[in-house]
Design a protein around this ligand. Structure first.
Ligand SMILES: Cc1ncc(COP(=O)(O)O)c(C=O)c1O
Length: 466
């Protein structure tokens, strides 16, 4: 064995203890370190030839890299839609690396059964019926990709061809209809060989991001019986709007289409009794995307993909090889998602669900929703700002009342303050800011700090004052 490896092995308990102590210090300081930093780009160091052992690597990381990292796991990081890591999910993540299982096949351990149990728990959490089978992927983009790959195979089935065998060209032009598709839908269609231009954006309800069901019916009618894919949205990124999923599902009695629902974070509305109605009809979908590194608060990377047509899924993703084991009636995960080997991604989700249960996670969701509403009220009362949409769930979308074009400067000022991190967007043609609440640590005191930062930042930005 290399002497450095030999030495690290001999000192492993002590070295891991030191790593643990640093992790604990980092977590204790999460609420105090700058929430985000304007990145100071590092030039890459040369490849270490001799290496410095774990202690040396830890020292170099702590000195060179860690200070420039964001407080992304912390309570006032409201950019994108970003969850943190609950204590149990973090412990589960540590054990994921420790045990280093590859749950791809069921030939050597019961790790895949742990994934199946976690899938069943999540299915129940989101109110889906057992007809929905699920698999873990790295994020909502891959979940959308997988769902749309199954949809593509379904289109082939309608025409009597297997796209998995013959390729996407066998389908001819494909129609993907959606009101406000997330950018990952275009990316998935590009990867699937269907092309971004397959998306046809359908009219939305006035002043909303939700699709106009009447317009969708007309668009389907115009296809004259050609099977299509409809991508419904359960929680849009800017205003967290929800399509009327029941009404969309009902259209399948009149038109042939695959219903995919991007519920990346909106699915968690099912945990709040006051908002659960927004997810009515989710179960009727043919495929559903839900991200877990967002509102479940497990570390990156983790998402789940549900579908009612596992047979088509296995047709697309099967990876038959004598050494990987047979496909069988209940295919191993290797035959169900884009990856072959991967980490035991379910373990952090399993830990957090085992530790806090449905009620614990419902509390996080309801608190975040209440905090978003509170920040919305605070912003509505500030003359410098204007809300661009009602706060429907966990995102506040707003702009500078008199100078929306200066939102970029405002965003930088907020980032530089170290107090909060919000991301920019454009909503209905207006440059805007989004504050997205999905972290388990966030409290009312954090909302107050964010509100104060917004007040101060607006004052430093004269054109933004009204
Ligand atoms: C509605 C929706 N779909 C898909 C995605 C893509 O998620 P990921 O970054 O995990 O791939 C996001 C990310 O914010 C999202 O909000």
């Amino acid at each position: 064995m290399h002497p450095l490896l030999d030495d690290d092995l001999a000192r492993l308990p002590e070295l891991l203890e030191e790593t643990r102590a640093r992790a604990v210090r980092l977590l204790a300081g999460l609420g105090h370190r700058p929430v985000a930093q304007v990145p100071a780009h590092h030039r890459p160091a040369p490849l270490p030839v001799d290496g410095s052992g774990l202690a040396g690597a830890l020292e170099t990381f702590t000195r060179r890299w860690e200070p420039g990292f964001s407080g992304g796991a912390g309570p006032r990081y409201l950019g994108f839609v970003t969850g943190g890591a609950t204590p149990a999910s973090l412990a589960g993540d540590w054990l994921t690396g420790t045990l280093d299982q590859n749950p791809t096949s069921g030939l050597d351990s019961n790790a895949p059964d742990l994934e199946r149990e976690t899938v069943a728990w999540l299915r129940e959490l989101f109110g889906l019926s057992p007809e929905h089978e699920g698999a873990f992927v790295s994020g909502a983009t891959m979940s959308n990709f997988t769902g749309l790959a199954i949809a593509r195979e379904w289109l082939g089935e309608q025409l009597g061809v297997s796209v998995a065998e013959r390729g996407a060209a066998a389908l001819g032009p494909v129609h993907v209809l959606s009101g406000s598709p997330h950018s990952s839908i275009g990316k998935a269609l590009s990867m699937l060989g269907l092309g971004r231009s397959a998306i046809r954006e359908v009219d939305r309800l006035p002043g909303r991001e939700a699709v106009d069901v009447g317009s969708l019916a007309q668009a389907l009618e115009s296809l004259d019986g050609t099977p299509a894919i409809v991508v419904a949205n359960a929680g849009t990124v800017n205003t967290v709007d929800f399509d009327d999923l029941r009404a969309l599902a009902a259209l399948r009695e009149r038109y042939p289409f695959w219903l995919h629902v991007d519920a990346a974070f909106g699915a968690f509305a099912a945990l709040s009794p006051e908002h659960a109605h927004l997810t009515d009809g989710l179960d009727a979908a043919d495929s559903v995307c839900v991200d877990l590194h967002k509102w479940l608060n497990v570390p990156y990377d983790s998402a789940i993909q549900f579908t009612r047509r596992r047979d088509l899924q296995a047709r697309v993703f099967q990876n038959s090889a004598a050494y990987l084991g047979p496909l069988g009636d209940d295919p191993d995960f290797v035959h169900l998602t884009p990856e072959n080997s991967r980490r035991l991604r379910a373990l952090p989700a399993w830990f957090t669900l085992a530790a806090y249960g449905r009620d614990g996670h419902a509390e996080i969701v309801r608190r975040d929703i209440a905090l978003a509403a509170r920040l919305g009220e605070r912003i509505a009362a500030m003359p410098a700002y204007r809300l661009l949409a009602p706060v429907r769930l966990n995102v506040v979308c707003f702009t500078l009342a008199s100078s929306p074009e200066r939102v970029g400067e405002l965003t930088s000022a907020i980032t530089e303050s170290g107090e909060a991190f919000l991301t920019q967007t454009v909503y209905d043609g207006v440059p805007a800011l989004r504050a997205a609440f999905s972290n388990w640590r966030t409290t009312e005191a954090d909302v107050e700090r964010v509100a104060k930062t917004l007040e101060r930042s607006a004052l430093q930005d004269p054109p933004g004052r009204s």
